[in-house]
Design a protein around this ligand. Structure first.
Ligand code: TYD
Length: 240
């Protein structure tokens, strides 16, 4: 029997360094949720709403605007995009009883603008509380990976400004920051070694979700963990 729906859904975030496979794992989760008849909502950061995509353009568009942003401006823009995502996508999904999966959320700002760029983590957590109105993930899956490996997985012309303008030490601080957060909140975080084939990583992702009290039943971990097939009529959100 699946627990396909509950009055308040589940909010799971996938975090990790660039190139750790967050998007791929989210797609696998979507396929699993659909197969199990669980309504699924994907929340993409930064962006994911019309306003958020405009903000994303300011953050990552080509040219001087993006390149010249102060780190505080970066932090506030990521939070502005997030506030809209919470209001438009995450909270309505949770109210509908869906499994809401966000690839990146507030921990990304703490990792990149805090540990990476040196802004106060305490200040960023204060801004987070305002941005999300206190919403926190039920589970955060940290896809852990050495930055050299993650950055090497992406084509150089696909690199965003954080990958292009920041050195390896920046990305090492980001990774260390994530690991410190996971140590601070072991009940919220699951650390998954992302330096393995995606199907193996997905097996661990399913196991982590399986340990959630009253979590969504996505099937036995690892049984067809490499399958990415989706029903032909699948939609991004399954009502009813
Ligand atoms: P994106 O191309 O979406 O990369 P990814 O697929 O790895 O998420 O770019 C997002 C970049 O923005 C990534 O380098 C991390 C950075 N970022 C921050 O610095 N702070 C944040 O709060 C968020 C959400 C992302």
């Amino acid at each position: 029997m699946t627990r396909g729906r509950r009055s308040r859904g589940w909010f799971i975030t996938i975090e990790g360094p660039d190139g750790s496979g967050k998007t791929d794992q989210a797609a696998r989760l979507r396929a699993r949720a659909r197969a199990a008849g669980i309504p699924f909502v994907l929340a993409r950061e930064p962006g994911g709403t019309a306003a958020g995509e405009r903000i994303r353009d300011i953050l990552f568009g080509s040219g001087a605007v993006s390149a010249g942003l102060d780190r505080r401006t970066d932090a506030l823009l990521f939070n502005a995009s997030r506030a809209q995502l919470v209001a438009e996508v995450v909270e309505p999904g949770l109210a509908d009883g869906a499994l809401v999966v966000a690839t990146r959320f507030a921990d990304s700002t703490v990792a990149y603008q805090g540990h990476g760029s040196g802004l106060s983590v305490e200040d960023l957590r204060t801004i987070e509380r305002f941005t999300t109105a206190g919403l926190r993930p039920d589970l955060t899956i940290l896809l852990d990976l050495e930055p050299e490996i993650g950055l090497g997985r992406k084509a150089v012309d696909d690199h965003n400004k954080f990958e292009t303008h920041f050195d390896l030490d920046f990305h090492r601080r980001v990774r260390a920051g994530y690991l410190a957060m996971a140590t601070d909140e072991p009940e919220r975080f699951a650390i998954v070694d992302a330096n393995r084939p995606a199907g193996d990583v997905f097996g661990d992702v399913l196991r982590a979700i399986g340990r959630l009290p009253d979590g969504p039943d996505l099937g036995v971990a690892g049984s067809d963990s490499d399958s990415r097939s989706e029903p032909r009529a699948a939609r991004s959100r399954i009502p009813g």
